[in-house]
Design a protein around this ligand. Sequence first.
Ligand SMILES: Nc1ncnc2c1ncn2[C@@H]1O[C@H](COP(=O)(O)OP(=O)(O)O)[C@@H](O)[C@H]1O
Ligand SMILES: [Mg+2]
Length: 295
Amino acid sequence: MNTTATLGTDNMAMAAVKKPTEGTDVSPFELAAEHATVGSFEVENAKMSIKNVNVYYGDKQAIFDVSVDIGKNEVIAMIGPSGCGKSTFLRALNRMNDTVDGCRVEGDIRMDGQDLYSPKLDVVELRARVGMVFQKPNPFPKSIYDNVAYGPKIHGLADTRVDLDEIVERSLRRASLWDEVKDRLYQAGTGLSGGQQQRLCIARAIAVSPEVILMDEPCSALDPIATARIEELIEELSQNFTIAIVTHSMQQAARVSQRTAYFHLGQLIEVNPTEQVFTMPEHALTESYITGRFG
Ligand SMILES: Nc1ncnc2c1ncn2[C@@H]1O[C@H](COP(=O)(O)OP(=O)(O)O)[C@@H](O)[C@H]1O
Ligand SMILES: [Mg+2]
């Protein structure tokens, strides 16, 4: 199931997505001609609104005309075969793709109506408002305290040490890590277990009071117990934040999300309530994927 790590190169990713049209009567070329996403890709209370987004690496297109809304306080899961563009799409939402050489994003991405690709926008501030948690926990080589305090410090969110202490404690509590680390705040973040490190990265992301949290396969390096804790945490966090999570695990998507988006060869095929996607998918390609015919 978890093959992402071994599917690093273009060729291998393509091999993984070549099979999909077997067993369905839809070819990728027909899909490209239609530009059609089926299902409920628009919502009334959109936090983010994505319209006609294309992403290219050099002259190779990785995302094709994707339009979808992300509702306020919803957890939306993004699933699909390796190499279908999930990470590329997620990175477009906080302009992390700006940091990738040769990557170009076209289309319209808004948060609360604000154009996130406006040249006037402060990208550093944007990445605090739209935080990101990666596949591999990546704490800074600093103390647990400093990992969490770093963002609030550079964004000027705390006037005094007491304020900063408060933000650190609150963030660690919200990431359900406080009890495990309160007696070792000044030890290295990298000394924690993998699951604790990932919760530390979540605490670091929420310390700057983001509005949206993007998670790219946040549990794929974790054991089942650490995974279960992160999943519980996602549910709690969704009361205060909007969350978009890429996951390789359909079970995880089913457990944590309210809507699920299915990507295939860079196209958004279907967005629907999660339960529907896993019981009565609207598109033949979604059905092939969830029934394990490819992926
Ligand atoms: N930095 C990059 N440079 C060139 N191509 C890339 C880069 N990152 C991803 N790609 C390509 O874009 C496509 C989508 O990749 P990705 O978004 O990583 O898919 P997923 O996260 O669904 O596995 C793949 O064909 C991949 O090889
Ligand atoms: Mg990925």
